[in-house]
Design a protein around this ligand. Structure first.
Ligand code: AR6
Length: 175
């Protein structure tokens, strides 16, 4: 097991120049959409949607990898989070997104990965609960990682950032 740093920052997931992998809060069809998916697809250019067509559809909790096209990263990992109150058990499906994305990045030998707050926008997952699920999922995956050394959560507002920061501090297995 390598030492893995986990951090939370405020920012735009599509502007993480220093990260090897960014994660998309995707829809099942891996189409551009709004929110995170819209920002990632518009920064990546139309080649991303073209490549994604062959990878879709995906199930809640699943993660698939594509190249990053015009983005400054190596790869984009697309996760379908649960729609809150519809896809059950939502906590396990959300945790699967983080775990599967981390394992996929690791299998591709990547050192750094940036996550948005999957499912907490259009999909309606309460932010505080999502933050706890995310931190537990990362902590529970650490022992299985070989190449990943930095995990970054990118939050869109100061308020969201403080919720994730608090969840990080409360997860004793994360530094
Ligand atoms: N960078 C970082 N965080 C962002 C950004 C950004 N550029 N834009 C929004 N957020 P959402 P979901 C925050 O709705 O809930 C899409 O249409 C946002 O404030 O993007 O998983 C897809 O196509 C929220 O906290 O993802 C799917 O249909 C979080 O990111 C569906 O929405 C996630 O918001 C996915 O819904």
């Amino acid at each position: 097991m390598t030492a893995v740093k986990v951090e939370c920052v405020k920012g735009n997931i599509a502007a993480q120049q220093d990260m090897d992998v960014i994660v998309n809060a995707a829809n099942a069809e891996l189409l551009p959409g709004s929110g995170v998916a819209g920002a990632i697809h518009s920064a990546a250019g139309p080649g991303l949607a073209e490549e994604c067509g062959a990878l879709a559809p995906i199930r809640p909790g699943q993660a698939v990898i594509s190249s990053a096209h015009n983005l400054p990263n190596q790869y984009v990992i697309h996760c379908l989070g649960p729609v809150y109150g519809v896809d059950e058990p939502s906590d396990r499906l959300l945790a699967d997104c983080f775990r599967n994305a981390l394992l996929l990045a690791d299998r591709h030998g990547q050192a750094s990965i940036a996550f948005p707050a999957i499912s907490t926008g259009v999909f309606g997952y309460p932010l505080q609960d999502a933050a706890v699920v995310a931190m537990k999922a990362v902590a529970g995956t650490l022992a299985d990682l070989n190449s990943v050394r930095l995990v970054r959560f990118v939050l869109f507002s100061d308020q969201d950032l403080s919720v994730f920061d608090k969840a990080l501090k409360l997860e004793s297995r994360l530094s």
